[in-house]
Design a protein around this ligand. Structure first.
Ligand code: SAH
Ligand code: SF4
Length: 378
C-alpha cells in the first residue's frame, strides 16, 4: 500500500476518529458520516467524486487526506466458488483473504497480521513466525476490495454477508488496529453488518477478550483445541499464560456483558492427539450448560508437520459424542482446496524477522500455508 506521509489516510478510521479529524480542521462532525458512506457504501475513493461535499472542502481534503487501499497481488477462483486474494504487504510478502459462498450467505475470511507470533503447533501461519501487524486500512481494505470484486446478490446487497477474522494472524494481538475495523463493519454509515455476522477468532488472549467485551459486541470464536491444560499447553502455547479456566471465565463474562447468544469453540481434529472419546467427554464437561457451540475442524496437514488429520469416522464419532452429552457441535467443511494447492506458494512468502531464520524449515513452512484449507462455518 502506498501512501503519502504528509496526508492522512481516511481508510480504516472509525467514525469517532473521522469526526475528530473534521472538527480539528474547523468543520462539522457530520462530514464523517458523509465520507464514510462514500468510501464504504458507494466505493468512492476520489474526493472529487464526493459531490455532497462543498467544492472548498474537497479541495482541502485533496491536500490534507487520501483514501489509500491495499494492493491486490493476485486473485484465484476455486471450482467450488471460493475466491482467494493475495494482498501486497511489503517486501514481496502477501496476506490472504478468502471468500466462501454458501447458500444464503457469503463469508469473508480476513487477515489481521503478516504471520503470527503465537506459534500454535498445528498452524502453518504460526510456523512462519511473526512479521508485522496490518494497519486498519489494510484490514478493512480486504473487505472493500472483496465487496467491489464480487457480483452483488439479486437484491443488490453485497455478496459478503459475514466477516470472520480467521485468516492469517491473531486479531487480538493487533487489538489497536482491529477495533476500528470492527466498528466500521457494524456502523450503519459504513458496512452496517449485524454484530452477529462479524466474528473475532482468538487463541485466547484473556485480558483482550475482556477489553473487547467492554468495547465491542461482535461474535466470539475461541480456538480451544484441547480439553485440558496439560494438552493445550503443548499445542497452543499461549495457554501457559492464560490457562483454560481463565479463558472460559472470560468467555462467559463476554457473553454476559452483551447477552451474546454463545461462544463458538474451535477444535482442530488431530489424530491420536486430542480426538478420543475421552477427550470429547472432557470437553463436554467443560462446556455443558454454558452458552457454547463446538466447531470441529479437520486438521489441514502441511509439509514437515508432526500432526495428521483424524479420520472422518473419528470426527463423526467425536461429534456424536458431544451431541449425546448435550452440546451443539458441527464439523467445518473443507472449501477451496484446489486454489490453495495452486497458489499457496505466494501466500507463504512471509519472512520471519523475529524467530526463525530463512532456511529449509521456513521453505517448508512457506509451502505449508498453501496447503492450509480455508473453510468457515461459524
Ligand atoms: N489466530 C486466530 C485466528 C486465525 S486461525 C485463532 O487462532 O483463532 C483460524 C482457525 O484456524 C483457528 O481456529 C486455528 O486454530 C485454525 N487452524 C490453524 N491451523 C490449522 C490447520 N493446520 N488445520 C486446521 N485448522 C487450523
Ligand atoms: Fe496464530 Fe491462530 Fe495460527 Fe495460533 S492458530 S499460530 S494464534 S494464527
Amino acid at each position: 500500500m502506498t501512501s503519502t506521509a504528509s496526508k492522512t489516510n481516511l481508510l480504516g478510521m472509525s467514525q469517532d476518529a473521522l469526526e475528530q479529524f473534521f472538527v480539528e480542521h474547523g468543520d462539522k462532525p457530520f462530514r464523517a458520516r458523509q465520507v464514510l458512506q462514500w468510501i464504504y457504501q458507494r466505493e468512492v475513493t476520489d474526493f472529487d467524486d464526493m459531490t455532497d461535499l462543498s467544492k472548498k472542502l474537497r479541495v482541502w481534503l485533496k491536500d490534507a487526506a487520501e483514501v489509500t487501499l491495499p494492493e491486490i497481488q493476485s486473485r484465484h477462483d476455486s471450482s467450488d466458488g471460493t475466491v482467494k486474494w493475495l494482498f501486497e504487504s511489503g517486501s514481496g510478502q502477501a496476506v490472504e483473504t478468502v471468500f466462501i459462498p454458501e447458500p444464503g450467505r457469503g463469508t469473508l475470511c480476513i487477515s489481521s497480521q503478516v504471520g503470527c507470533a503465537l506459534d500454535c503447533a498445528f498452524c502453518a501461519t504460526g510456523a512462519q513466525g511473526f512479521n508485522r501487524n496490518l494497519t486498519s486500512a489494510e484490514i478493512i481494505g480486504q473487505v472493500w476490495h472483496a465487496i467491489r470484486e464480487l457480483p452483488r446478490r439479486d437484491n443488490g446487497d453485497p455478496a459478503v454477508t459475514n466477516i470472520v477474522f480467521m485468516g492469517m494472524g491473531e486479531p487480538l494481538a493487533n487489538y489497536r488496529n482491529v477495533v476500528p475495523v470492527l466498528k466500521l463493519l457494524v456502523s450503519d454509515w459504513a458496512y452496517g453488518l449485524s454484530r452477529r455476522r462479524v466474528t473475532i477468532s482468538t487463541s485466547g488472549l484473556v485480558p483482550l477478550v475482556d477489553k473487547l467485551g467492554d468495547e465491542c459486541n461482535v461474535s466470539l470464536a475461541v480456538s480451544l483445541h484441547a480439553p485440558s491444560d496439560e494438552l493445550r499447553d503443548q499445542i497452543v502455547p499461549v495457554n501457559k499464560l492464560h490457562p483454560i479456566a481463565s479463558l472460559l471465565e472470560a468467555c462467559w463474562a463476554y457473553t454476559a456483558k452483551h447477552s451474546n447468544r454463545f461462544v463458538t469453540f474451535e477444535y482442530v481434529m488431530l489424530r491420536d492427539v486430542n480426538d478420543s472419546l475421552a477427550h470429547a467427554d472432557e470437553l463436554a464437561k467443560l462446556l455443558l450448560g454454558k452458552p457454547a457451540k463446538v466447531n470441529l475442524i479437520p486438521f489441514n496437514p502441511f509439509p514437515d508437520t508432526r500432526f495428521q488429520r483424524s479420520s472422518a469416522d473419528t470426527i463423526m464419532h467425536f461429534q456424536n459424542r458431544l451431541r449425546q452429552r448435550g452440546l451443539v457441535a458441527t464439523t467445518r467443511k473443507t472449501r477451496g482446496d484446489d486454489i490453495d494447492a495452486a497458489c499457496g506458494q505466494l501466500a507463504g512468502k512471509v519472512s520471519d524477522r523475529v524467530r526463525k531464520p530463512l532456511g529449509q524449515k521456513s521453505m517448508a513452512a512457506r509451502k505449508a500455508e498453501n496447503e492450509r484449507k480455508r473453510m468457515v462455518s461459524v
